[in-house]
Design a protein around this ligand. Structure first.
Ligand code: KG4
Ligand code: ZN
Length: 353
């Protein structure tokens, strides 16, 4: 089954062609980062306008890179939420138009589910039930993922923990701004932290009750704000390098402490890490070491699949299409779309034979 995936939930215009939910034939990503950098964050109006300009060329390139035309694909998958409403509408509406004109079934994919599927390309044999930690600029969620089929074909999700304030990527981006780094700050802090001492500064662990599986990052961010107000030199290297390394360690510790707590109570067979922040080198390293110590299998995707892309949307969409969960043309973008226990769209009549 060949599926064309389309992703425009935030500031990447992306399209990909994936065979059988496994083999990436093309993966085209246009990042709008240059447009938004002067503003220190994504400007929704500019994002949707740029998606409009780019979408056609990006989809055409994804098909051309895969050596095929639209007639050759068996279905289309597009992100329907969560995300910025104007941005989501561009990709979803374009997908609907292609679906209508070429009589191809359409899958409306949850962006978070897409991130979870990003793990499936290199690790199709993940052991379920698993714990999926999705860490991005907009989300920090921990799901217990069960599989009816024992593999990625039919997953069920239960949200067991989430951030109470900032998302992990948001904390990275805000702290970067405080110490004079540009947007998006995550990859810059990751690089600078390699040259710093992660034990230079200690951050208090946020107070979250023993039973809760939630995360919190605003305390760490506020601590950085206070520190740089008291000492302007922290905005300059070399002190800034130590601050980056110490901040990053605090974020990794926060993410790990909740994940291991969840693993102790829920007894999953594996841990999956995904989302833009999953590109973070220290996060990967820290989770690899600690999950090995805890005797847990740990999986994460290669960097190009951690940040927003359409291959992951095509993979999640393929599973949906194979289950007959197709969307009708009146499906709407939902900026607050949730990934819930049975995230099943009722199979549409349009494609039932
Ligand atoms: O998944 P993503 O591309 O978009 C959302 O769905 O939000 O994630 C973007 C986020 C940004 O906050 C960015 O700073 C962060 O991922 N990020 C990183 C790294 N690469 C991207 N954070 C820490 N370390 C990185 N290497
Ligand atoms: Zn994302």
């Amino acid at each position: 089954m060949l599926v064309l995936g389309i992703e425009t939930s935030c500031d990447e215009t992306a399209a990909a062609v994936v065979r059988d939910g496994r083999e990436i034939l093309s993966n085209v990503i246009y990042s709008q980062v240059k447009t938004h950098t002067p503003y220190g964050g994504v400007v929704p109006e500019l994002a949707s306008r740029e998606h409009l300009v780019k979408i056609r060329g990006i989809v055409d390139k994804a098909l051309a890179d895969a050596g095929m035309g639209l007639d050759d694909v068996d279905g289309i998958a597009a992100t329907a939420g969560p995300g910025l409403i104007g941005s989501l509408l561009v990709g979803l509406t374009y997908a609907k138009a292609l679906s209508l004109s070429k009589h191809k079934p359409l899958a409306a994919v949850n962006h978070i589910e897409g991130h979870i599927y990003s793990v499936s390309f290199e690790h199709p044999d993940v052991e379920f039930p698993g714990l999926a930690l999705v860490v991005s600029g907009g989300h920090t969620n921990l799901f217990l993922v069960e599989s009816e089929s024992g593999d990625f074909r039919h997953l069920k999700y239960k949200l067991v923990g989430k951030t109470r304030d900032d998302a992990a990527g948001e904390a990275y981006d805000k702290v970067a701004k405080l110490i004079g780094l540009s947007y998006p700050g995550g990859p810059i802090i990751d690089a600078l932290a390699k040259k710093g001492n992660r034990d230079a500064y200690q951050f208090a662990i946020p107070k979250i009750s023993d039973r809760s599986l939630d995360f919190s990052f605003s305390g760490i961010k506020t601590a950085v704000l206070r520190m740089v107000k008291e000492n302007e030199n922290l905005k300059e290297d070399p002190l800034r390098l130590d601050l980056c390394a110490s901040f990053q360690e605090a974020v990794v510790n926060m993410l790990w402490s909740t994940t291991v707590k969840a693993a102790e109570s829920l007894q999953p067979r594996s841990i999956m890490l995904s989302g833009g922040v999953a590109a973070n080198s220290r996060l990967r390293e820290g989770f690899t070491e600690r999950s090995a110590e805890a005797g847990l299998k740990f999986y994460y995707p290669k960097p190009i699949l951690t940040t927003d892309n359409a291959a992951m949307i095509a993979a999640a969409g393929t599973a949906k299409l194979l289950r007959g969960e197709t969307a009708d043309l009146d499906v709407n973008a939902d900026p607050n779309m949730r990934l819930v226990a049975s995230d099943r769209h009722v199979a549409s009549k349009r494609w039932r034979t």
